[in-house]
Structures are given as structure tokens and as C-alpha cells.
Design a protein around this ligand. Structure first.
Ligand code: PLP
Length: 362
């Protein structure tokens, strides 16, 4: 469709065109059911099959072991900021957080309501321009869990290693890089993600939880935040986000066609490398993530030395059909979010635009 533009929004963000087109074809009558998925009972056979197939596809793609449960919940990733301590901190009353950006800091502040929460590492003094190394992490051996955010959507940094924490379970917010790279789920206690960055429309939150960690919630845990309730009811204690689950299923089918997560990992890394190379070679631009090893493949943050020049870049790129390149207000500058659904062609065109802008303005 020639009227679509390249949308670099950090979230909600682009979905694969073929998924949108198929959803469009099915929007009034899903596979002969005579109704839209949006209009169906979540207890119907037709929807139950969508639900089961989507969950099975997700487990297969992510290679999720049988001792883990996959939950399809509402409330966004932010609701899990509360659910995580409520479900896990009962073990020892302590938990350790790595603060590498906006969302991990919010999760930390929320967790402090429920126990003895320590900072395992923080990049705040350097304005979150890097990811701490393994040596810099201080994890208490009696922590109930260690928490980190795999990809810092706002600052444009990404963990390039899985922290070693001994027997302390790993809890990870993968909202902005889930299914963009191969993950060994068996190393984690909990992985969770809001779906609106890389997987589906807003309204669905996926929680992958090791079953042995559930069932130890604090006694006052709200019913809907209790993972054990959701496990027992297979995410259908109440109405799940049906439409988003259907869309997730379609996105996963597309992901399979792209070579699965392994295939996607190569594609997304190639896209990011192309963009970083152009920025590094430019005269005007520099990357906000100053530590190269910490650069995000999903959210590329960059700026010039002048706010006026940044504004000029945003205005001219918008006029040229590249939407949402303005950086988050807490960082400023620019941000190109290049999630799975951003075609390689979109990044190539942006690179050409950056080169041209650099030549004209440097
Ligand atoms: C967007 C985002 C969130 C917040 O997600 P909501 O679903 O809006 O609550 C949390 N963590 C990360 C890493 C994000 O990118």
C-alpha cells in the first residue's frame, strides 16, 4: 500500500503489513464464523482455538520449557511492576533491581512498597548511556529475585548478556525486544512484555512464569494480579484481550515465515548496524548510548550538538515521510524505533535521508 509511511514510533508501533491486511479481510467474518473476533465470546470454540493455537505457536517460537506457563493478561507491562513483587517477594522479603533506564526505575519504586529492595547496579549517574557489566552487579544471595529490563526503550541501550545470579531467579522486562533475539527461557524465572512494541496491538501483556515460582503471593495480592489464579484459569478468569491475542497469533505466523526468532535476530541486527554505521560516519550526529557494546538494536537514539538542528532534522524527516523520529522528552534528540515489523527498506531509506541531511547541514 503506497499510502503507508515509515513509522518509527517507540510504541504502539508498526505491525507487519500482511498481518494488517489479513486482519482487514477477516474483520467482519472470521473464517466463516459469521462474526468478527472482536464480537465473539471468549468461551466460544472458535476463540478457544485461536487462543490455544496462539499460545502453542508462542511456546514453540520462544522454545519455552514445559515447566513454564504463558499468561495473556491485561494492564500493560506497568501492571506487572506491582504483580512481580506481590507474587515473588514473599520468598525472602528482599529483591534486587538493576536501574538502567526509565522503566526499571519505575518498577523499582513500585517494588519498594512491598519489601526490602536494593539497587544491584545503576547507570543513572551517566544518564543511562551504558549497561552495567556482570562485575558491577551486586546481587544478594538471599534476594527473592533479581530484576532487569532487557532493552531500555527510551535511552536506547540493551543488555547484550544474561546476568549470572546463582540461585536468585531472574525477572526480566522484555517489552521492547521480545522475539527480536533468541532467549534461553530456562535461565529465567519470569519474562514479561507489553505486546505493543514488537508483537501485537496495545492491550495485551504476556507473562512467562516458571510454575514453581507461582503460588507464593503476598496474602493481600489483588486477585487479578495473582499469577496462580491466572495459571489455574489459563488466563481466562475474566475476559482476556481477545482481539490482541488473535493479532499476536497472526504476527507469530508472520515471524515464522521470516525464519522464526533466529531469522529475525539476523535481520534486526543488520538493520541496526546499518543505521549505527551511518550515524558513526556522519559529521553531525552522535549516538546517545555512548558505550557501543550497550547499543540497542531496537531503539536507536541519536542527536546533534544543537537543539535547533535536532528540531530541523525532526521537521524535515517528518515531511519526507519518516514518522515519529523525535526522541522521548526525557532524553531529547532523536529516536528511531526499528522493531521487527520495520522493513529493511524503511531503514535503508532513513539512512539515505540521514546521509543527505548530514551533507547539507554539516
Ligand atoms: C513501553 C514499556 C513499558 C510500559 O508498557 P505499558 O504496557 O505501557 O505499561 C515497560 N517497559 C518497557 C521496557 C517498555 O518499553
Amino acid at each position: 500500500m503506497s499510502d503507508r509511511i515509515y513509522n518509527f514510533s517507540a510504541g504502539p508501533s508498526m505491525l507487519p503489513l500482511e498481518v494488517l491486511e489479513k486482519a482487514g479481510r477477516e474483520i467482519t467474518n472470521y473464517q466463516g464464523s459469521g462474526m468478527s473476533v472482536m464480537e465473539m465470546s471468549h468461551r466460544s470454540k472458535v476463540f478457544q482455538k485461536i487462543f490455544d493455537d496462539t499460545k502453542a505457536k508462542f511456546k514453540k517460537l520462544m522454545n519455552i520449557p514445559d515447566d513454564y506457563e504463558v499468561l495473556f493478561l491485561q494492564g500493560g507491562a506497568s501492571t506487572q511492576f506491582s504483580a512481580i513483587p506481590l507474587n515473588l517477594i514473599g520468598a525472602t522479603g528482599k529483591a534486587d533491581y538493576a536501574l538502567t533506564g526509565n522503566f526499571s526505575t519505575l518498577a523499582y519504586k513500585e517494588a519498594k512498597k512491598y519489601g526490602d529492595i536494593a539497587v544491584a547496579a545503576s547507570s543513572e549517574a551517566a544518564n543511562h548511556t551504558y549497561i552495567p557489566t556482570q562485575d558491577q552487579l551486586v546481587v544478594r544471595p538471599d534476594a527473592s529475585y533479581f530484576y532487569y529490563c532487557a532493552n531500555n526503550t527510551i535511552y536506547g541501550t540493551e543488555w547484550n548478556y544474561v546476568p549470572e545470579t546463582g540461585d536468585v531467579p531472574l525477572v526480566c522486562d522484555m517489552s521492547s525486544d521480545i522475539c527480536s533475539r533468541v532467549v534461553d527461557v530456562s535461565k529465567y524465572g519470569v519474562i514479561y512484555a507489553g505486546a505493543q512494541k514488537n508483537l501485537a496491538p496495545a492491550g495485551l501483556t504476556i507473562v512467562i512464569v516458571k510454575k514453581s515460582l507461582a503460588g507464593h503471593q503476598l496474602p493481600f495480592t489483588p486477585l487479578m494480579l495473582d499469577w496462580q489464579t491466572q495459571i489455574k484459569k489459563d488466563s481466562m478468569y475474566n475476559t482476556p484481550p481477545c482481539w490482541c491475542i488473535y493479532m499476536l497469533g497472526e504476527v507469530l505466523t508472520w515471524l515464522e515465515s521470516m525464519g522464526g526468532i533466529e531469522g529475525m535476530e539476523k535481520i534486526k541486527h543488520g538493520k541496526a548496524q546499518m543505521l549505527y554505521d551511518v550515524l558513526d560516519d556522519s559529521k553531525l550526529f552522535h549516538c546517545c548510548a555512548t558505550d557501543k557494546a550497550s547499543r540497542s538494536d531496537m531503539n536507536v537514539t541519536f542527536r546533534t550538538d544543537s537543539n535547533e538542528m535536532d528540531q530541523k532534522f525532526v521537521a524535515e524527516s517528518t515531511a519526507a515521510g519518516f514518522a515519529n523520529l523525535k526522541g522521548h522528552r526525557v532524553v531529547g534528540g532523536m529516536r528511531a524505533s526499528i522493531y521487527n515489523a520495520m522493513p529493511v527498506e524503511g531503514v535503508e531509506k532513513l539512512c539515505e535521508f540521514i546521509k543527505k541531511f548530514d551533507k547539507e547541514n554539516a
